[in-house]
Write a protein that binds this ligand. Structure first.
Ligand code: PLP
Length: 446
């Protein structure tokens, strides 16, 4: 083993290098990564004592603190209640649980709670190959940890969406306890409204995994799951929603005995079943992010989608196969690109990385699912560049640089210089606050 002290020095240096490289020198197009404002970061640093505390206990049917097993909660319980109410207010939800540490944890508690509430271990989900998250799948959390039997929605690859008519037949035949919508490769709103009736008919709870699109939902675009028929939203808080890494579960509340039972089971699945420390240090920062989305979320979300659509059109016009041209490419923050004609996902993602453009390769629904190492596709997200201020013209200019790399017109190392300069031009985070004081002054004036 290397010398212990040497490892600390190297790790410190690598951390400094990382912060400079990814935060200042690269342009980030990873669709699952969020971007926090300086005010959110400041609040995160400010809450450093809270970050180390424990608050095990139970919550009531409004999502508020009911009982805590630790002392010293004088301010912690109100902080949790305030954060809960801010998330409820932003999403017009009647119940929320903010004790969730990640999107996977949100799914764990939701799927566990609802499968015990319905006493039914079957769940209908989007196929993994068509954009579901691994935590929905029988090979991941749902199947391998919770023992849930997955049955797949029928997915229409041409439409890049769930086929509502054929999935209704699947739900009717399978009679699952849970029907899940949402995913990781997620271009178009899922047909919750269309399938709500059949879910009710078989007694299935409807779950919407909003991890990718929570910021768009907060901004009032894409879709409104709780109004369209979702019983629960299960989500990360750090992708298009620009909060700290964490999670949340929300619902329309204990409107019926069935929903009351479900909420209690989900809460039990959070604590004591799956969390001890609930990482409360996130909550003040989450609250600032909620405020930013309340004030600026609609403008931000609209621009994110506009930028994604602009890139789809521009790349398509320039000979790149962006999926779903007939549907305007996307209605979310992502576009999906079939890059086989230029060497495949692995090569192009690496070439782009060499130019400091960080994009991930992605399996497309029609790929051989065992070719994870070299899939056909790229999944490209626009939430980061939009928050840095990109408008449609900037997106086209940026796409020109991407095209230079994809079409091997210039060496990645040459393009890298342009990317570092472009990144410098967009150094301020928009649609948010530069510090906490600015946020407080702003809301006092409202
Ligand atoms: C749809 C979906 N759900 C859940 C998750 C897991 O979220 P987390 O990384 O916060 O655990 C992801 C991650 O990308 C996701 O795409």
């Amino acid at each position: 083993m290397e010398d212990f002290y040497d490892l600390v020095l190297k790790l410190t240096q690598a951390t400094r290098n990382h912060e400079r490289y990814r935060d200042q020198e690269c342009i980030n197009m990873i669709a699952s990564e969020g971007i926090k404002s300086p005010a959110v970061k400041e609040m995160q640093a400010f809450a450093s004592d809270l970050e180390g505390r424990y608050a095990e206990g139970e919550n009531d049917l409004l999502g508020h603190v009911k009982k805590r097993y630790y002392q010293g909660q004088k301010y912690m319980s109100p902080i949790e209640d305030y954060a809960t109410d801010l998330m409820k207010g932003l999403f017009k939800a009647e119940w929320a649980d903010v004790r969730i540490v990640s999107g996977t944890h949100a799914n764990l508690a939701t799927f566990k709670g609802l499968s015990s509430s319905s006493k039914n271990r079957k769940m209908v989900v989007t196929p993994l190959s068509c954009g579901a998250h691994i935590s929905h799948d029988y090979t991941g959390l749902a199947g391998s940890v919770l023992g849930i039997e997955d049955i797949n929605h029928v997915y229409n690859i041409n439409e890049m969406n769930i086929d509502p008519d054929r999935s209704a037949d699947v739900i009717r035949a399978a009679k699952p306890g849970i029907v899940t919508f949402g995913g990781s490769l997620f271009l178009f709103p899922h047909p919750i409204k269309e399938l709500k009736e059949v879910c009710d008919e078989v007694g299935a709870y409807v779950v919407y995994d909003a991890s990718h699109v929570l910021g768009l939902v907060a901004g009032g675009v894409f879709q409104d799951p709780l109004r369209e028929g979702a019983d629960f939203i299960s989500s990360s808080t750090h992708k298009t929603f620009p909060g700290p890494q964490g999670g949340v579960i929300m619902s329309n509340g204990p409107t019926t005995p069935r929903m009351e039972k479900a909420i209690k089971k989900v809460q039990h699945a959070v604590f004591p079943l799956s969390a001890s420390s609930t990482h409360l240090g996130r909550l003040p920062a989450l609250s600032i992010a909620a405020l930013e989305m309340k004030l600026f979320g609609n403008d931000l979300a609209k621009q994110i989608v506009k930028n994604a659509q602009t890139a789809g059109q521009y790349l398509y016009e320039n000979g790149v196969k962006v999926l779903c041209e007939h549907k305007g490419f996307t209605r979310s923050h992502q576009i999906a690109v079939d890059i086989r004609a230029f060497g495949g996902g692995n090569k192009i993602a690496q070439d782009l990385e060499d130019a400091n453009i960080i994009i991930n390769k992605n399996l497309l629904p029609y790929d051989d699912q065992s070719s994870k190492g070299d899939p056909s596709g790229l999944r490209v997200g626009f939430q980061d560049v939009t928050r840095r201020g990109f408008k449609e013209g900037d997106v086209k200019h940026f796409c020109d640089l991407i095209l230079d790399v994809i079409k091997a017109k210039r060496k990645p190392a040459e393009v890298q210089k342009d990317i570092i300069n472009l990144r410098k031009e967009f150094s301020q985070i928009k649609y948010g606050f530069q510090n906490v004081e600015e946020a407080l002054v702003y809301i006092k004036k409202l």
